[in-house]
Design a protein around this ligand. Sequence first.
Ligand code: ARG
Length: 466
Amino acid sequence: MAAPTPLGKPWGGRFTESPHPTAEGFTASLSFDRRLWPSDLEGSRAWARALERAHLLSLEELEQILRGLDEVGQELAGGTFPFRAELEDIHMNIERRLQEKVGPIGGKLHTGRSRNDQIALDERLYLRDVIGRLDRELREVQSALISRAEEHLGVPMPGYTHLQRAQPVLLSHHLLAYVFMLQRDRERYRDCLGRASVLPLGSGALAGTAFAIDREALARDLGFERASSNSLDAVSDRDFLVEFLCAGSILGMHLSRLAADLTLWATAEFGFVEFSDAFATGSSIMPQKKNPDVAELIRGKCGRLYGNLVAVLTTLKGLPLAYNSDMQEDKEPLFDSIDTLEAILAVLPPMLASLAFNVERMREAAGAGYSTATDLADYLVRRGLPFRQAHEVVGRVVRHAIDATRPLQRLSLEEFRRFSPLFAADVFDAISVEASLRARSAPGGTAPEAVRRALAEAKTLAAEGL
Ligand code: ARG
């Protein structure tokens, strides 16, 4: 059979008519899947070695193919690779270029392989790199939060439920909450990596490969844990990708909550934090404005992370086995989610480092709004009153204090004792912000010593890579 003409399709033999230009453009994925090239080359090198082990390539042919793939890799890395959209995707572009470099020997590379197991492999290899990168980037964000927490150890602020002042907490405690959320995100990515590290190559188009490929050796060669057990499943499975997008959606949700907290804290009404000019923008009409755009966009970009997850889930829903072209639609959402997350993770550490916390304002707010009323009830509990009764008594004390427009600390002992004879002079020690914080010393609480322990734990976690 004649070698393919430079612009011909690899499937030219079966066809008598060329594709309609609109159809050709419509089916091409090269514009976005070209970024898979390093993974595609890695997979092809390993496949060539497997073919040699199966005696389908001689050692010399293997060397020629590997050399050719290296040359192709240099062109891709150097930006001189002649991409051809009519060759549809990155796989066929690389394969055709290899043939141009090494001649018809290059045509042996696709022996026993299909683009269906090839793309499934490429995506897994690609995600392995991306997950490693995301883990490092997430550790940077954790470290930035930890630095700010360490710097502000001891600064109280109001803790909220229902966005109403609830109980005092340490600012460090609030910041560390995000470190532990991000730790779970890292764990989710690690779990995802475990399931992504299964070799689909050697599944052929759908039924398996007809050549004696040692798939376990190939799996080891590529650093995978094992080879897949069912060829139909292997070429159809995009669970690993859905999991990855899901982990990214949860991560995006966490980051959006952090961004929302900061945006709220930067309002004049809260006044807890000021963004540096470097991470804010102005208004084109209102000269006084300083808007927290970076934080708002972190909050907002969560929407596309969810959208991408739902797009891929929806594409996969109801797809008959095995490969279908619909699955080509998995890539743009995947890449968009990766780019979105990496952009957020890049901007966050310097933005966090540049925040100016208004600790005086936080400290002042921490004790306002009867935030130590629970401590007052706990005081009565320690003197033997059942908690439900203590709650009732303190509710009435608070009602009285509100009517008298005074904070709890400014009621007299005599006033306290009108509500319960259990109140004694030491009640005032129990309702300070410091006492409230100190009391919550059980692990995971906001007492300074508990937060110091959590800080040490957070540092250990952020120091450990995947
Ligand atoms: N570009 C394709 C994709 O992304 C590669 C696999 C194509 N396989 C096929 N039989 N058309 O899914």
